[in-house]
Ligand binder design. Sequence first.
Ligand code: 5AD
Ligand code: SF4
Length: 466
Amino acid sequence: MAERKPVLITPEQLAQQRHFAALVSVMENRPRSYHVVTYGCQMNAHDSEKLSGMLADMGMDEAPTREDADFVIFNTCCVRDNAERRALGNVTWLKEVRKKNPNLIIAVCGCMIQQPGMAERILKQYKFIDLAFGTSNLWKLPELLHRTLNSDRAVVVVEDEDTIAEDLPLRRLRTDAAYITIMYGCDNFCSYCIVPYVRGRERSRDPEAILAEARALYESGVKEIMLLGQNVNSYGKGLENGMNFPELLRQLDAIGIPRIRFMTSHPKDLSDELIAVLGEAKHILPQFHLPVQHGNDEVLRRMNRRYTREQYLDKVRKLRAAVPGIGLTTDIIVGFPGETEEQFEETLSIVEEVGYDSAFTFIYSPRTGTVAAGMEDQIPEDVATDRIKRLIAVQEAGQRKAMARFLGTEEEVLVEGLSRRSDKAVSGHGRHGVSITFPGTEADIGQIVRVRVTEMKNNTLMAERI
Ligand code: 5AD
Ligand code: SF4
């Protein structure tokens, strides 16, 4: 792997972008409203908050739906094939919308575009796209939109750089909870995964910038922060001040924000020091997302995960010893090339053994350019579909068992909204990360409410107020 240095976007470069934003905001043919469509992970959701912030800076209002907008931007994901297909399906549909609104501008950005050669391919096939840019160019949106408005041809910019841009305008989705990115990119190169190719090398934000952002959120009354990174446990690698993830957590914990969460953690980088911090901290929530991916050592080795089943289980034991009752969640892949029935059954057994509160389960999807895509013995679709069904059944049974530990206990819920089933009930997440529903009104949204869990209905916990 060639040595790549992070590219820090300078205050001068950002000032230049603000200048472009001002130019766009007075152009006659500028869009008046925007709509951002987001696919994929929290990282993308947070990138969309930055896109929205820049667009608002250019004097545009957010349109409630894409049909009402003059500028529609698709922030794409490419981690699995279906994410890609969904984004492109919607883009095609927008072509029809454009017939009604000839001024509509269509942009596509994010991970899908950052794949080598992809932007050119998409533009050839979808001639009505006006602008395409990759993950590393997000901060340049004002300049790119300015160019698009002054051009008859599509604008495409995909640079292969590992950028860090501080102080971008932000329009956060929620006022009670906020995302903070702490590191970008990934160096792990799990053999199935495209992320290292589209998000670049690992690079950590300056801790002072992170702490300042957290303090400002605390002052504004935010109740929960979610620290984001593809591999948060290796935060600090390459920084000169010796900062690491456990130390960053200690300093964030001291600020006083009631709830701190983070994702995603790689089991191989989950240190005893971090587990100790979880045990001592006041505000770090008792929940942990620890992707296992598979339960068989040989498959884990070919996935390039760099831990064994036993090492993973050992981390789980340590987490549970340090934080009794901790809520564990995971990601699992079935149908990895060459996966035998016996190997798959070890995934079933590790899921039973751990007892996760929830699991994201995926059928392996070959990604061009990754090592696994070139492996022999790709698993037929019907076999993979059968396996994922069996996995989901085992996980759901385990989940019911795991959730029973909450019956009769007290929890604190950060209320996210009205319940989908009833307008006399609200729901949100407890400190352990599980979803809880209880009687309430709109006035509860954004508040932390104490409840007692009374029953379990279809894997959701129901509670009463205390
Ligand atoms: N196929 C299926 N699932 C994948 N993931 C990542 N790459 C692939 C792929 N090619 C899953 C992993 C990861 C989650 C975000 O997506 O489980 O943890
Ligand atoms: Fe992908 Fe592995 Fe990096 Fe996660 S740790 S983003 S699965 S390469």
